[in-house]
Design a protein around this ligand. Sequence first.
Ligand code: UD1
Ligand code: MG
Length: 448
Amino acid sequence: MAKTQLAVIVLAAGMGTRMKSGLPKVMHPLAGRPMVSHLMDTISGLNPDKVVVVVGPGMDQVAAAVAPAETVVQHERLGTGHAVMQARAALEHFTGDVLVLYGDTPLITRDTLQKMLEERRSAKNPAVVVLGFKPEDPGHYGRLVVGAEGFKAIVEWKDATDDQREIPLCNSGVLAMDGARLWGLAERITNTNAKGEYYLTDLVALARYDGAACSFVLGEAEELLGINSRVELASAEAIVQRRLRIDAMENGATLIDPATVWFAWDTKLGRDVVVWPHVVFGPGVTVGDGVQIKGFCHFEQCEIENDADVGPYARLRPGAHIGPKAHIGNFVEIKKARIEEGAKVNHLTYIGDARIGAGANVGAGTITCNYDGYTKSFTDIGQNAFIGSNTSLVAPVKIGDGAVIGAGSVITKEVGAGALAVARASQMELPAWADRFRDRKRAEKAKK
Ligand code: UD1
Ligand code: MG
């Protein structure tokens, strides 16, 4: 049997006024990427044949975030039924199944969507399948009205009778439809209701009126959290973080205190990675096997290879590449630099635009002076070089393999392989000067 085709319509035209933001609501991030991108990822797991996203006027950012999915603009926000109608031209001859999702409900899982599609393709052949749920506080959600003869209608809270408002079964908004029947039903939706809007939820009563079956699937309240405010955004972030922590542990990382570790959606951890408390992974971080990450580190767009040891209090910025068995210690900041195998940068150091060769040792307080206010320049440190503490490396500069730099140096010129370079004022000594100084001071004080 040929696979039933699948189209997905995502409603994202809402302005999200309660976010009080210049950013369209669906662009607010969860785990470092827009909430709508989480949803698009879940959708792509279903291998749909077509995805249409309904956006508001001027939401170019949303269109870019959901590409290559097609976007259509709903110029006036006349309700969810009207929003779906905007996708009609894009899906005119589509007769497969159609899923309708909300851009601000991004935590829904692929399993739940699969269940809806299974129900839709079941022998009952329901015209509409609704995803219902029983939230702790049913508040102003639409209610599913189920009578002796089955699922009859969805009533919006504003239109519901007191009895209907007592129904605990709520509408999540997610629908699976028979595409062959969608437009014929949707064009009959009117706006004669309490809100004066075209309610998508009227599809159920319309289908029943035509004698078609409708059914519902029960979903988890946590997956169906809709994000309308920054408080709800924080609740959703907590859910996403919990999922990411569980994934990390199930894939072989130890999180000593999971609740204090923050992941990005794309964080990749190898096996036997140990993450101590209070570590933040920004987007684009890859960690190899056997890496130790001690507390209070902050990483973004960087790579840490196998068996490296990082932190506590290390900051790895974009382009930091930590080689195998390298050590990065406390209060070390690294940006756009390769630290090669087994090199050590252990204390109070800034390394930017640089290569630190294998086995090199960078002493406490070393700084690569990579920026002159106009351009960034490169520092190249050879393998097994030894950089004494508190050295300033004024880039562009090259330190040869195995060279030694005396502590406190300001290095401005290339240092040859195997050489010693010291660039600081030479030490002088005045014997007995300190004793004479103190005697004089004491004598002055006694006279007063
Ligand atoms: C809707 C449902 C309600 C359900 C609730 C779940 C209707 C009539 N009601 O109500 O039964 O319990 O969701 O959260 O559908 N949108 C557009 N264009 C519009 C209107 C809305 O794109 O003209 C989008 C919004 O951006 C949002 C989604 O559709 O992503 C839902 O709209 P919203 O106004 O929040 O619907 P509710 O009143 O919450
Ligand atoms: Mg809503």
